[in-house]
Design a protein around this ligand. Structure first.
Ligand code: SAM
Length: 318
């Protein structure tokens, strides 16, 4: 069997009242400031290289995890409004405040982008680890990190809003309507969309939030997150067994392959601007559970995907 016994045990344990809370604690990399800095600059560089204008006034992030650091990095490079949406409130104001100060230091020093020697799993890949001066020149950073602006960001992290600067954290979130329709320039996520339970409702919300012409930038990991022996082992587990593995956790991994994400994005009206797949040894079709019989040949070898998509300019704001 592909499923590790400890994984089954953990899933079963969540049926015991009170245990679910512990099964969902801790969320990934954003407790490290350098990870946040690296992740944001990777999205920014990829967007710039795809020919997208990277002056984002309003930014939304799905699943920030342990801190709002990636979004705070976006604010330090110019965004005035940042909305973060998580299934669980992992982030604390105290760690956000600390992370912000460390990020200021990294940007002031124009530090190189931390690479896969430091964060072996971090994606998307970038052509150079040097600080991206062509995307963020000195004049731009002097403005975006002017003392008065830094003070406004600090205050907004603690209080939600200061002057025209806003930081909002919705965790959990259920209503797309908390953000004004057609008001966001960029939505991004890092290692999140593979966890989201209702992917259609989520892409629908992202489409609503974005202004016409607005873009989204997502890094999605399709691997089994070590729940199974092989990276694709989660696709060999039948539905009845997966229900035990997931237990009563609000999310685990949704097991959707790349093609289903792209299909859902297109169905909700997005134009795919760029797809950058990461490939691995192909899953064996004859080992898949019956519900995964429709995986495409590309799905079988796509272990991760970086994708940029755009809400068409012709889309209405409603
Ligand atoms: C692996 S962590 C990644 C966290 C962070 N982005 C990082 O790079 O470290 C996955 C995150 O997705 C969040 N998540 C799961 N389902 C979600 C949903 N429906 N909406 C928003 N966030 C969700 C989890 O709570 C968690 O914070």
């Amino acid at each position: 069997m592909q499923i590790r016994p400890i994984v089954l045990l953990k899933g079963s344990a969540t049926f015991i009242p009170g245990v679910t809370r512990f099964a969902c604690s801790g969320s990934g990399g954003t407790n490290s400031t350098r990870y946040c800095y690296s992740a944001w600059l990777r999205h920014l560089v990829r967007l710039h290289d795809a020919g997208i204008r990277t002056q984002f006034e309003s930014v939304a992030e799905l699943g920030p995890g342990d801190s709002l650091g990636i979004g705070l990095a976006a604010m330090l490079t110019g965004a005035d409004r940042y909305f973060a949406f998580d299934a669980i409130p992992h982030a604390r104001t105290s760690s956000n405040v600390r992370t912000l100060e460390c990020l200021v230091g990294l940007f002031k020093a124009r530090q190189n982008i931390p690479g896969d020697d430091e964060f072996p799993e971090i994606w998307p890949p970038i052509p150079s680890q040097h600080f991206p001066g062509a995307v963020l020149d000195n004049g731009h950073l002097q403005q975006s990190m002017a003392p008065a602006r830094l003070d406004a960001i600090r205050a907004a992290v603690a209080l939600g809003v200061r002057d025209h600067v806003e930081v909002r954290y919705f965790a959990p979130w259920n209503e797309a309507s908390v953000v004004e329709t057609g008001s966001v320039d960029l939505v991004f996520s890092q290692a999140v969309l593979e966890h989201v339970e209702d992917i259609d409702a989520t892409y629908d919300a992202l489409f609503q939030w974005l202004r016409p012409g607005g873009v989204m930038s997502h890094q999605i990991d399709f691997r089994s997150h070590s729940l199974t022996r092989d990276w694709f082992g989660h696709w060999t587990v039948p539905g009845w067994l997966w229900r035990i593995v997931k237990g009563r956790r609000p999310y685990l991994i949704n097991r959707l392959p790349a093609s289903k994400h792209l299909e859902s994005m297109r169905r909700h009206g997005f134009d795919i601007v760029q797809q950058m797949p990461q490939t691995a040894v192909a899953a064996k079709r004859n080992e898949l559970a019956s519900e995964f019989g429709d995986l495409t040949d590309d799905d079988l070898r796509t272990s991760a995907l970086y994708v940029i998509a755009r809400k068409p300019l012709s889309a209405s704001r409603t």
